[in-house]
Design a protein around this ligand. Structure first.
Ligand SMILES: [Zn+2]
Length: 72
């Protein structure tokens, strides 16, 4: 099953960043994320984020694969 990368958007500056959390879709569906603290790498503000604040991205789709190929 594909791993999901969890991203959030900073409540202060709007910068979207990777929380470093990885889980599969099933665990994400079950998880509650009552109160998660994350610090924005851009403005440094720490905020509490809830499940509905997370944006998920399939890790597989982050790979560039063979997109960078030919030099012909
Ligand atoms: Zn920020």
């Amino acid at each position: 099953m594909a791993r999901l990368a969890l991203l959030i958007r900073c409540q202060v500056c709007g910068h979207e960043f990777d929380t470093g959390i990885r889980m599969d879709r099933r665990n994400f569906a079950r998880a509650t994320f009552a109160s998660n603290y994350h610090s924005c790498p851009r403005c440094g503000r720490r905020g509490i984020y809830h499940k509905e604040d997370f944006r998920v991205k399939e890790e597989g789709s982050l790979r560039t694969g063979r997109a960078v190929r030919g030099v012909d």
